[in-house]
Ligand binder design. Structure first.
Ligand code: PGA
Length: 251
């Protein structure tokens, strides 16, 4: 059985004060015991959040990490080694905002993925198609290619120690959510692609859906057989809303 995971991606939001308030709100939540709950604060606030959530059992992750595992001369980056030392367990790799706005390519993301795993930081690989690609009927081709990039470089077993988040770009921050069936279809294809190489890895990997998930639509999405939880942007900035989404994954 796969454990559900609900992860909050705070993106580039927050001040010391708002992060303290959100962390306090998370501390006070009643969280379901069977669900892995994680948050990804901006790097600047990772230490503050880890201190604030001590003993709460919420996993803290980073939104990005460097292409090399160890600290060194790489201005502006944070090494997986440093994130692990701070207490991070997860890292987002390949969020569409980084692919599209910053221009991160599959080659760069492969290096980040491997660097993270080399230090025991579990990658959450984000994949998804744009609206144009969906309308052209290319969804499975695009998602399949993003997944293949990792499989070809490191073998399918790399996903024994990773999470995958399917996030249709057109659903991120837009209020447009994929229907549960649209999301399920892509999740099933992702799992099928992995299963063609290794059935056990495919059966065990957690596949999260992301894109305008909120308390009102979470239960329906998480009820689909291949959706193992969610990666939550906007709605994760409100502790009560996020708590309700975590509870939806526990039911
Ligand atoms: P959203 O973002 O929930 O605000 O759509 C999801 C994400 O980008 O991870």
């Amino acid at each position: 059985m796969r454990r559900p995971m609900v992860a909050g991606n705070w993106k580039m939001h927050g001040t010391r004060a708002s992060v303290a308030e959100l962390t306090e709100g998370l501390r006070n939540l009643a969280l379901p015991s069977g669900v892995e709950v994680a948050v990804f604060p901006p790097a600047l606030f990772i230490n503050q959040v880890i201190d604030g959530l001590a003993d709460k059992g919420i996993i803290v992750g980073a939104q990005n990490s460097a292409v090399q595992p160890e600290q060194g001369a790489l201005t502006g980056e944070v090494a997986p080694e440093q994130l692990v030392e701070a207490g991070c367990k997860l890292v987002l790799i390949g969020h569409s905002e980084r692919r599209q706005i910053i221009g991160e390519t599959d080659q760069v993301l492969n290096r980040k993925f491997a660097a993270a795993q080399a230090k025991g930081l579990k990658p959450v690989l984000c994949i998804g198609e744009t609206l144009e690609e969906r309308e052209a009927g290319k969804t499975l081709e695009v998602v399949g290619r993003q997944l293949s990039s990792i499989i070809e470089a490191f073998g399918v077993k790399a996903f024994a120690n990773a999470v995958i988040a399917y996030e249709p770009v057109w659903a991120i921050g837009t209020g447009l959510t994929a229907t549960p069936q649209q999301a399920q279809d892509v999740h099933a294809a992702i799992r099928g692609q992995l299963a063609a190489e290794d059935a056990e890895v495919a059966a065990k990997v957690q596949l999260l859906y992301g894109g305008s998930v909120k308390a009102a639509n979470a239960a329906e999405l998480f009820g689909m057989p291949d959706i193992d939880g969610g990666l939550i942007g906007g709605a994760s900035l409100n502790a009560d809303e996020f708590g309700a989404i975590c509870r939806a994954a526990g039911n």
